[in-house]
Design a protein around this ligand. Structure first.
Ligand code: NAG
Ligand code: NAG
Ligand code: NAG
Ligand code: NAG
Ligand code: NAG
Ligand code: NAG
Ligand code: NAG
Length: 502
């Protein structure tokens, strides 16, 4: 705190420190919250800020003071810029206001310097509860002459918060001149000249959405004033759109793009004209995080065409309440995804393909647009094999020779085997003459293009069938009778290429 050098000023400063509330009975003669400073600020319950750089000084009409003669007569509060370093601030706080109301605050001020220099800036701040100070809602700077000027504020308050208007004088680089205030009137209704705001409501959105504050102001000519949304941390958001509701009322919208948790804060509407300022209550921007399960769903049961899962979505990241739970699943090898709403703790996924890997995730939704969170971690699991559907009704014969028959594979697709692991067996038997017969089964290589049965006798009826086996069951084809070719002279078994010999 700068210590004023003039003894007279020091004396006045001492008076200010005197416990004025003892004179509480005097207070009744002032309008609630107003002050003419005839007996100092204390009787009006005005207080110097304990955390600023120096103090406002009270000058009294009854006491001698050292101010230059062209300064106004009477009692008022003043800051002498020549006594303090540039940028230093003195703040005087009005009593708190707390009802659901708009208060009109009317006051006189002057910024004067004998040399015509800028004495500094007069800022008006509105503090809510014990929160840090935001930017000023009104300010004026520069030489303004030695006559009182009048300005008014409209401060909308919202119970149960406490609002405190603060007059702040900031010393300019010139270190010259005076900033003074006087005759503060606080009315429990808005003054006529400056626009005032209706209550600004809280806005709740889901993260990622655009948030809109709508400020409704009342007052003549309000639409021509400077208008902005003030964030508690000092950031100013310009108006996006204004709309006249009628000749005395208009609405201004402020848009915050795709908000995140870091935008969650208090915001208020401010309007400023030469005549004064209007400020709304602080409203909260509440940014909700769409919910997402912490854990993957749990597998309760598995079959060839179904998976039974427990959603396991009671532990979430983000905000509730949860109004919708969905199961999202897809084949890990596929590109499509299906989503089903669920309203029980368990869910059965039906009509799945056997022996196929699926990825299952849970989606949670909270109210409001964009309320669906990211999918939770996946459960990756496989359905069981199903019993083979059937084998091809008739075998497809690729080639018949005197001593070999080749059977085609082609038709054994997954939709018949219903499992990716399976065995194929070819069984054959034949009679030749009266006493020669043979029956055998051969395990086939499912990767080979054909099954070949070798070492058959020529010109013989051979009965063949195919058996398809997978871990869940076994299916036989019908028998097919094929007659091998007659031996062609010059051809014998040894001349058959060895490739397919079993
Ligand atoms: C202020 O308004 C709120 C909501 O509109 C209400 O709940 C509260 O009781 C009011 N308080 C006073 C002191 O008027
Ligand atoms: C008044 O305050 C605003 C911040 O709200 C600031 O941008 C502006 O520079 C100030 N004007 C003066 C004259 O200090
Ligand atoms: C937010 O607003 C911008 C521009 O107005 C628009 O492009 C964007 O799609 C909006 N975002 C959402 C989530 O609505
Ligand atoms: C098996 O799938 C193929 C195509 O992949 C199709 O042509 C055939 O008709 C299907 N067979 C059965 C029995 O569904
Ligand atoms: C089959 O019977 C014939 C006579 O009928 C005989 O010569 C031949 O050795 C028999 N073959 C076998 C394999 O028993
Ligand atoms: C094979 O069976 C068919 C029909 O039963 C018959 O006509 C044919 O003569 C038989 N062939 C031989 C070589 O026995
Ligand atoms: C297929 O054959 C192999 C070897 O003979 C055997 O170990 C396996 O169990 C068989 N698989 C099925 C599904 O029958």
């Amino acid at each position: 705190m700068d210590v004023p050098t003039a003894a007279a000023v020091a004396f006045v400063a001492l008076l200010l420190l005197y416990p004025w509330p003892l004179l509480g009975s005097v207070r009744a003669q002032f309008s609630a919250g107003g002050c003419t400073f005839d007996d100092g600020p204390g009787v009006c319950d005005y207080h110097q800020d304990l955390y600023d750089d120096f103090e406002w000084v009270h000058v009294s009409a009854q006491e001698p003071h050292y101010l230059p003669p062209e300064m106004p007569q009477g009692s008022y509060m003043v800051v002498d810029s020549s006594n303090h370093d540039p940028g230093k601030k003195a703040r005087l706080q009005l009593p708190t206001m707390g009802e659901n109301d708009t208060h009109g605050i009317d006051f006189s001020y002057l910024l004067y310097s004998q040399k015509g220099l800028n004495p500094g800036t007069l800022n008006i701040l509105v503090r809510v509860n014990k929160q840090p100070l935001a930017n000023p809602i009104w300010n004026v700077t520069g030489f303004g002459g030695n006559d009182w000027l009048r300005a008014e504020l409209a401060v909308s308050t919202f119970w149960p918060n406490e609002y405190r208007v603060i007059f702040e004088a900031e010393v300019s680089g010139w270190r010259s001149g005076y900033i003074a205030i006087d005759d503060i009137q606080v009315l429990s209704y808005p003054c006529d000249k400056s626009p005032h705001f209706l209550r600004l409501g809280d806005v709740e959105v889901n993260a990622g959405q655009n948030a809109t504050f709508q400020c409704i102001a009342t007052g003549r000519d309000a639409v021509h004033n400077k208008l902005w949304l003030q964030r508690r941390n000092g950031e100013d958001i310009p108006v996006a759109q204004t709309k006249n509701i009628n000749h005395r009322r208009f609405a201004a919208s402020f848009r915050l793009q795709e908000v995140t948790k870091t935008d969650q804060d208090l915001y208020r509407c401010v309007t400023q004209s030469e005549r004064g300022s209007g400020v709304s209550n602080f409203a909260q921007l509440i940014v909700r995080e769409p919910p997402r399960p912490i854990a993957p769903p749990q597998l309760l049961g598995v079959g060839p065409t179904y998976l039974l899962i427990q959603l396991n979505a009671n532990s979430i990241i983000g905000d509730g309440p949860i109004i919708l739970k969905e199961v999202e699943y897809r084949m890990t090898s596929g590109s499509w995804t299906e989503t089903h709403a669920v309203n029980a703790p368990t869910y059965k996924l039906w009509h799945l393909d056997p022996d196929t890997e699926y990825e299952i995730r849970i989606l949670l939704t909270r109210p409001g647009e964009g309320g669906t969170g990211l999918p939770g971690p996946p459960l990756i699991t496989r359905t069981k094999c199903a019993e083979p559907m059937r084998t091809p009704k008739t075998l497809k014969i690729a080639e018949i020779q005197a001593r070999r028959i080749a059977v085609d594979w082609e038709s054994l697709g997954y939709n018949i085997t219903r499992c990716h692991t399976f065995n194929v067996t070819i069984c054959y038997h034949y009679f030749r003459g009266h006493n020669e017969s043979r029956a055998d089964c051969l395990d086939m290589d499912p990767k080979a293009p054909q099954h070949v049965v070798n070492h058959l006798p020529p010109y013989t009826n051979v009965s063949l069938k195919m058996i398809l086996t997978n871990p869940e069951g076994k299916k036989d084809s019908e028998e097919t009778i094929i007659q091998t070719d007659e031996d062609v002279p010059g051809t014998c078994a040894s001349q058959i290429p060895p490739r397919n010999i079993l």
